[in-house]
Design a protein around this ligand. Structure first.
Ligand code: NAP
Length: 289
């Protein structure tokens, strides 16, 4: 069994850290808001007062944080992970932050500390069940070391060297965002053409965006969008997609259009609702938790 520090106990990090604990690993947790870490003490975890102290003496430190700024703060900030890490330890970042942030953080780790990027597909239910898809960017040697830990969390894909996991995650989230926006626009079009919404949803359930229809129909029909994957994170991801693509000279028009709708929904107060609340913004309806 390994000694693991787990940092970031949000909607995803909480069930992931709990799975690692239940699998018998020695887990130390840290979260910026301490109230989220406290329940882990009852489950047998050690609660660390700072990232640096969480890192002491572990084999792996896992971060599951909101943004690249959060990652930089937790790893490189005062009392951050980096000064607490030493040769032989591996930092596994599972947040969605894009390959550039991974490279930047990896370059500032102490000598002998490896960084593996391992962002995930799937949401809180998959994190609880251990059925996430984990996209790993790592050397072959580091991959073999992290694989048993990550297999506790889901299906593990070794997609290439360092940075490749973060890159694959951007590829995955572009169609996810585009599909929910396509659903919103299809409903808006159906409404303009005086079609029955329930029938439109039945028909779209058997279309290329069928999985979005099936998983988000209850939200759309009730007007309630409790967050599984927060809209602020979807907007952050589409911004990473467009920035990354723009930097390589690719004009991804669908990605830009998707981001426009997510930004619009944010302006309507939907940032902390589920990302499917973008549908409500497109059709001009109210959305709440
Ligand atoms: P979340 O519920 O919003 O939790 C975010 C975590 O980051 C919390 O632990 C939060 O701490 C911490 N954090 C934010 N800013 C920080 C800062 N400046 N310093 C230190 N800690 C900070 O997010 P989530 O849904 O778990 O998602 C985590 C990551 O996984 C994101 O990158 C997201 O895009 C990605 N992801 C999410 C899903 C999903 O379905 N939810 C699926 C795949 C990937 P506090 O508790 O103190 O706020």
């Amino acid at each position: 069994m390994s000694k693991i520090a787990f940092l970031g106990l949000g909607q995803m990090g909480t069930p992931m850290a709990a799975r690692l604990l239940r699998a018998g690993h020695h887990v130390t947790v840290w979260n910026r808001t301490p109230g989220r870490a406290a329940p882990f003490a009852q489950q047998g975890a050690v609660v660390a007062p700072s990232p640096a102290e969480a890192a002491a003496d572990v084999d792996f430190a896992i971060t599951m944080l909101a943004t690249r700024d959060a990652l930089e703060e937790v790893v490189l900030g005062e009392h951050g992970l980096a000064p607490g890490l030493g040769a032989g330890q591996i930092l596994i970042d599972m947040s969605t932050v894009g390959p550039e942030a991974v490279t930047r953080v990896a370059a500032r780790l102490p000598n002998g500390v490896s960084m593996v990027d391992a962002p995930v597909r799937g949401s809180a239910p998959q994190a609880t069940e251990g059925t996430l898809d984990v996209f790993v960017g790592a050397t072959d040697e580091d991959f073999e070391r992290v694989r048993p830990i990550l297999e506790v969390l889901g299906r593990v894909w070794h997609v290439g060297g360092p940075g490749s996991g973060a890159a694959m995650k951007l590829v995955v989230n572009l169609p996810l965002g585009a599909a929910i926006v396509a659903l919103g626009e299809a409903l808006a079009l159906g409404e303009s053409l005086a079609l029955d919404r329930s029938l439109v949803l039945d028909v779209l359930a058997d279309s290329p965006i069928g999985s979005s229809v099936k998983s988000k129909r209850a939200n759309i029909e009730s007007g309630h969008y409790p967050p599984n994957f927060k809209l602020r994170h979807a907007a952050k991801d589409l911004r990473l997609v467009t920035e990354t693509a723009d930097a390589t000279g690719r004009g991804l028009r669908l990605a830009h259009a998707t981001l426009t709708w997510l930004d619009e929904a944010t302006k309507h107060g939907a940032a902390d609702l589920d990302y499917s609340a973008v549908v409500a913004a497109i059709v001009g309806e109210k959305a709440s938790t």
